[in-house]
Design a protein around this ligand. Sequence first.
Ligand SMILES: *[C@@H]1O[C@H](CO)[C@@H](O)[C@H](O)[C@H]1NC(C)=O
Length: 264
Amino acid sequence: MDLLSLVFCVLLEALAVYCQQGAEDRIVGGYAPVPHSIKYIVSVQTTNRQHFCGGFLISQFWVITAAHCNIGVEKMLVVAGDYSLSVYEGTEQEVLPQFLLPHPQYNYQKNNYDIMLIKLKSPVYLNSYVSVVLLPRQDSAIPVGTMCRVSGWGYTSPTGGPLPSTLRTVMLPITSSAACNSTSSFNGRITENMICAGYNLGGMDACQGDSGGPLVCDGRVYGVVSWGIGCAEAQFPGVYTAVSKVRSWIDSTIYSYYSKCKTL
Ligand SMILES: *[C@@H]1O[C@H](CO)[C@@H](O)[C@H](O)[C@H]1NC(C)=O
């Protein structure tokens, strides 16, 4: 191993350890989508361009990610229009965040309200590589069994291994909260602000590095990749922040930002 690869591996290890503190999340059992067909996803990176979380655009100025991806506004960079993280494709748009607004009730021990708004310093340009995604209405329910898409640049194997450089995606069914919260699964740790998705037998899941990424059902982001036990394990689906439970918070937070600006 040459020095450069060694340094790279050490960095990856450090990041992996950092991410483990928050959640267990990367795409396992999925596939590489057609390049740039998933246009709303962003890679959340450190300022020295190490991917550590996913996110998604809800407008030219606003990104949503998980609250546990909060490493501080000064240390973060948002990249839209990306597909391969290791290849410069000419479609990437790198934007710095202006400020971070984690949900005020975020609880990192219980992973409750694991969602954060990122206001960008400058707008991303919407084009054939970059677009926004719709959100569900407040309290709208998504039926059990609905197939949803989760995407990200996280680990492709539950045991870690090399990070994929290209985006991966997988379709997963919404599972019942009762089953997910049962003693044979998460045993009471599922709150009403979480939804679960995955197969009983496991095999397909989000994993480390997918955190903050979108779970899209019927064209709307119902979930934000949040936490789990391992990745793709039987009996343990992935746990997502239920966006429909915080839609009013998202709207009022963005609205109050703009109304404050007007009076200044
Ligand atoms: C999961 O179980 C716990 C403990 O019984 C309970 O407090 C919580 O409300 C349950 N969550 C849901 C979504 O029903």
